[in-house]
Design a protein around this ligand. Sequence first.
Ligand code: GDP
Ligand code: CA
Length: 322
Amino acid sequence: MRIVVPAGGIGGARFLRGLKATLGIVAGQDSDSTITVIGNTGDDITLFGLRVCPDLDTVMYTLGGGINEDQGWGRDDESFTVKEELLAYGMQPDWFGLGDRDVATHIVRSQMLAAGYPLSAVTEALCDRWRPGVRLIPMTDDQVETHVVVEEGGKRRALHFQEWWIRHRAALPALSIVGVGADEARPAPGVLEAIREADAVLLPPSNPVVSIGSILGVAGIREALEQAVVVGVSPIIGDAPVRGMADACLTAIGVETSARAVAEHYGPRLLDGWLVDEADAGAEADGIEVVSRPLYMSGPKATADIARAALDLALDLKERRG
Ligand code: GDP
Ligand code: CA
């Protein structure tokens, strides 16, 4: 079975761990199932000359066993000597958590990019070490950066998404969220083929605006997904993001923070099925099959059950479509 998962960072990575478990995918062993992950690169940022891809790395570290489990991002057993030394030089920015082990990943990536390799090839090379058990492809090899337009003291300015998200904790009200470069970006090699060949596409509980939204913004990806059977897992439970600040992103694009509103935002052309939490049972969206299940990824078993439910719904819808 071939499954495609467009994913952001933490929510996407945890869901993928559950999906691997339910499909019995173990690194280094052959399996009948393949998972292709289309990773969000809208959050990518260049810091101190290093190219950092937070969502690709979160997926790679989580599935490869190198993640800091408590944080959900960054390396386990991490130290911050490089960061402290940069601060001692007065280097900015000082708000991004750049750990020493993590820096090695960014050095390898930056060096390969400088040598002319596309990000998709770089990601593949990094995954040679981590063996995530999925094929991880960035949404595009072109540069797309999510910027957030805010108003401060009567003046409008655009910040890099990371500055808004991490430095300001998404507390500056956003007027709009823009994927700079998205219009010209082309899907990375393999992305459209994987979608075309997929038995099912599963949208994990990722940020609908800055993770899934960025991926959908790359020309051709949304159109390809509209032809596939797509089932999404709501990242909103009982009108609140389970963790993080996804509500600030939804508000910025004028979408209510509810499981139903997110489904309607994606729309019936994209979504065939939608899993909502039991707290949202009864939620309906025109043209979309809504099913309720416990959706807290509270542990390996609960997460595998969510992935299984999403997959079963997708296969069921595919069969009914004929
Ligand atoms: P990020 O790049 O690290 O922000 O990760 P994602 O783009 O994958 O978005 C994470 C989203 O997943 C958050 O906005 C939450 O709304 C959602 N989320 C986190 N944990 C859970 C969970 O246990 N269950 C569900 N249903 N959603 C979750
Ligand atoms: Ca992210």
